[in-house]
Design a protein around this ligand. Sequence first.
Ligand code: C2O
Ligand code: CU
Ligand code: CU
Length: 460
Amino acid sequence: MNRRDFLLGTAAAGASLGASGWGIASATHTQELTLQSASFTFRDKPTKGMVSLSPDAPPQVLFGEQGKPMHLRVTNRTPDYTAMHWHGLRIANRMDGVPYLTQMPIAGGESFDYTFTPPDAGTYWYHPHCMTMAQMAHGLTGVMVIKEAEDPGFDGDQVVNLRDFRLDADGAFLPYYTARGAARGGTHGNVLTANWLQVPVYDYPAGGLVRLRVVNTDTTRIYKLHLSTGQARIIAWDGHPVEMELPLPSAGEPLLVGPGQRVDFAVQMPAGEGQTADLLAELPGQPTRTMAQLRAIGADLARDLAELKPLPANPFSRPDLSSAEVHDFVFGWTPEGDAPNDGYCGSMGYSFWSINRTPWAGDAAKGTGPLAVLERGKSYVLRLRNESPNLHPIHLHGLAFVPIRSNLRKLPPLVTDTMLLLKDEVAEIALVADNPGDWAFHCHVIEHQKTGLAGYIRVT
Ligand code: C2O
Ligand code: CU
Ligand code: CU
């Protein structure tokens, strides 16, 4: 890094601070994202050694508009390599941010320009795909909101980014992964946050309609969520509008939201000033925990959920099941895998997991071919079999898919990019291979991803 680069980067970081919010300047407006070390006070002691896009705040919510070009310049002011991935966006492969597969890692002092036009509206997110475990565990997971072309008519819009940190009593980071965790369900954090805060309270007009976008950006935890109010509806899942009436989760029947997954609720605010609608999480062996609160203020707007028009569908092609070829994928442990080879993108030094008995040898993964080759434009069924007792949120880049059947449960055909595979589950998902490229396909429990449960699918 030379001095000129440094000065340019610093100025750019300053400029980006004011750029959040709903205002989108123009199609050519560049958003500067500068990876840097950060510190944040979670309880009462500052936690140092974090990675964010500003020195003392969570990675900002990024806003874009469906069908409008975006330009995001990622500048790396950390000593480690990185690459940024836009989770759920169906964009060109070379903008997907996967090291070695779609781009070279971004070294300290370097920048990479990501330019793309999001085809879909909804709730998405971003995170590094190089030094993935280290940078995500230290804070670098942000939410991306792609607005519908037409305002859907809410009185408020609230993002809740759920994620845990692993801290000791002094606020210092505990080891962010463990071999024991990586070989099982993953290593859980002990400080549970919403937008890096504990039980943040957000004010919205009493009786108004609020879009609550809940995003699980955790590296490990499968959140079990429900709301304290029955005056709500699930309107989108993993970014895409839900076209059917889904039951509202409740105590005892919570919604499972795995790492990488998103759920948008339309919430009718309570009518009385000061009353709250709460996002609640059920945790094993603990009382139900409030993660965030929406608090009613002002005079009752007396709106009604029935006033909401359904969100416009995204341009998703429904697969043709009559012609679809079936591909099998087995997710399981690996017998004595090869030593991981991660290039510049960080290794845990183990390989515990595999897809089709092949552990992905790391981000660089020299000599590892695609798990499947799909022909552009054709429909496919991917049969996913979980051979392990652990749950795996299986994520596919660049394409959207619909779950069609499972040996364990009835799956609503929701358009998604991440399928939470249960213990002993065999689930089938279907897609149209309509975006060419090499698309990463991996578990979103990052300790699983980084110890073998990863690979890619090629669309030619
Ligand atoms: Cu959200 Cu390959 O990741
Ligand atoms: Cu992704
Ligand atoms: Cu997994």
